[in-house]
Ligand binder design. Structure first.
Ligand SMILES: [Ca+2]
Ligand SMILES: [Ca+2]
Length: 126
């Protein structure tokens, strides 16, 4: 009986953390409050005029990575800026962007919009 209870608890913990990891958590408008984005995963969120969404990730290998912004409102076209710090832009795009990373380094993805839009942002190794 004890084993069954433990198994049920584990399943619940796994499913609730997987759900949380796939949706942005406001506030995330600054580097200090950035949402963590796992490599080779995607996250969904909502953008707006006065809303900036910042995601942080650590490169798992040296080489090329790609971000892709989908499910967005085409008329407001949110775009992403990839940065290795607060000022250096590595790539900017309202769709797909490819950029070089170094294993173990921290990077930021800043999403900016000029209107309301749902979006899905994916991050993958190439
Ligand atoms: Ca948001
Ligand atoms: Ca935000």
């Amino acid at each position: 009986m004890k084993k069954i209870l433990l198994a049920l608890t584990l399943v619940f913990a796994l499913s609730s953390s997987a759900f949380a990891a796939n949706t942005e958590t406001e506030p995330n408008d600054t580097i200090a409050t950035a949402d963590t984005l796992e490599v080779n995963s995607s996250i969904s969120g909502k953008a707006d005029n006065n809303d900036v969404d910042i995601f942080v990730f650590v490169a798992n290998q040296t080489g090329k990575m790609r971000t892709n912004l989908t499910n967005k409102n085409q008329s407001v076209a949110p775009y992403v800026v990839l940065a290795s710090d607060k000022t250096t832009s590595l790539a900017e795009s309202s769709g797909e962007a490819e950029f070089e990373v170094v294993a173990g380094e921290t990077y930021y993805i800043k999403l900016i919009s000029f209107g309301k839009s749902d979006y899905t942002l994916s991050l993958n190794n190439l």
